[in-house]
Write a protein that binds this ligand. Structure first.
Ligand SMILES: *Cc1c(COP(=O)(O)O)cnc(C)c1O
Length: 370
């Protein structure tokens, strides 16, 4: 029994992804050991924040970096940094923002909910979100038209949650940001490439430590040195309500070191093989049709896609999802396409052998339909 089961909470098999509702990621044992030691010793936090920033920058290519509690905090803090600069009086005044240069331009198709609304995180940092264009079409002129003397930043959200077509590209936003000398922030929370967006010319890029990097609850902002200093200063203001502890900072550093050394191709190959095994098994069940598909946002994730044939089974995907969740252990699948009868199984969070439990459970659920 794990410690959650000891408390009377059900064991979870996560076939869903890096989901905050399931605890995001589980950490490597080495990361855990590192966090334990960090938690048992004191350190001067200002120095740890600066030093950890220097180390993170080696992985990102940014001039500087600032640890955060996560990407949500990263958004609030980077927006606050663009609004206040190094002015402590302004830093202490946030999130009240009257009279400050505080408008933040975001494409309408990027104003998503990732579990909470993006625009709320902008507001938390003292920003006034200015949504431009339409939800399925935003052109550079929509952005340029909205720029004025109150514009503090442009923000671009790189995520599978956003509208994937009809939006203005990062390249065009970089050009606009340079032309008008306004900082461009990219929220790359779940992205795997830690250098790409700095390379493309963003001023600040935000990552979650618990998603691709599989660290503890943490995150960071990386980018332009002057702006990063302004980010770090927010810990004297709104950042205090989102402070990261020493153990999480150290866990993030260990996790990113392991992530950087990881043989991605090999681990993707193993994940793909496990999903190929699973689809072969699932395809022996009458009424289910399985195949391997790549991530819709183009990341190197190969999931098992299971199509529920309602004509044969007499139940829909939502019924199967409910049955999987209601059993013990609870199995959580990736359900963005349940409305069209598709359930996806994500190999990344699965522990050894859990694909076999998923198959057995699916078999039982279908058998019990009679
Ligand atoms: C997950 C996510 C966030 C929030 O990240 P946390 O680390 O959970 O705070 C923000 N933006 C996007 C696009 C995300 O996917």
């Amino acid at each position: 029994m794990n410690i959650y089961e000891n408390m009377g909470l059900k064991k979870v098999i996560n076939a869903s992804g890096k989901m905050t509702t399931l605890g995001v990621s589980t950490i490597d044992k080495n990361v855990g050991d590192y966090m334990k030691e960090a938690a048992m010793n004191f350190v001067k936090m200002d120095n740890l924040i600066k030093k950890s920033g220097d180390i993170l920058s080696q992985y990102t290519g940014g001039e500087g970096s600032c640890v955060t509690l996560g990407s949500s905090a990263g958004i609030a803090i980077s927006i606050a940094a663009c609004i206040t600069g190094k002015d402590i009086a302004k830093i202490e005044k946030l999130p009240l923002n009257e009279g400050l240069k505080n408008e933040v331009i975001i494409q309408k198709g990027h104003a998503i909910n990732f579990g909470a609304p993006i625009i709320q995180m902008i507001r938390l940092g003292g920003g006034i979100p200015i949504e431009v264009g339409q939800s399925n079409k935003v052109e550079p002129f929509h952005i340029e038209e909205a720029i004025n003397e109150k514009t503090a930043a442009l923000i671009y959200i790189k995520s599978h949650h956003t509208v994937q077509k009809g939006m203005t590209s990062i390249k065009d936003m970089v050009n606009i940001a340079k032309e008008y000398q306004i900082p461009l922030i990219i929220d790359a929370a779940a992205e795997e490439d830690l250098k790409k967006y700095i390379g493309l010319g963003a001023d600040l890029v935000i990552y979650s430590g618990g998603k691709a990097i599989e660290g503890p609850t943490s995150g960071f902002i990386t980018g332009r040195k002057d702006l990063i200093e302004c980010c770090q200063l927010q810990y004297k203001g709104i950042g205090r309500a989102m402070k990261t502890g020493k153990e999480n900072i150290m866990g993030l550093l260990k996790a990113i070191e392991i992530y950087n050394q990881k043989d991605m191709e090999a681990s993707i190959k193993v994940q793909k093989q496990r999903m190929e095994w699973l689809i072969k098994q699932i395809n022996t069940i009458n009424g289910l049709e399985a195949s391997v598909i790549q991530d819709e946002a183009g990341r190197c994730i190969y999931r098992a896609k299971v199509k529920i044939n309602s004509d044969i089974l007499g139940v829909d995907a939502y019924y199967i999802i409910r049955e999987l969740e209601n059993g013990n252990p609870s199995i959580y699948t990736r359900n963005h396409y349940a409305n069209i009868g598709i359930i996806n199984i994500d190999p990344r969070p699965l522990k050894d052998g859990e694909e076999k439990i998923i198959f057995e459970r699916l078999k039982d659920i279908i058998k019990n339909l009679g």
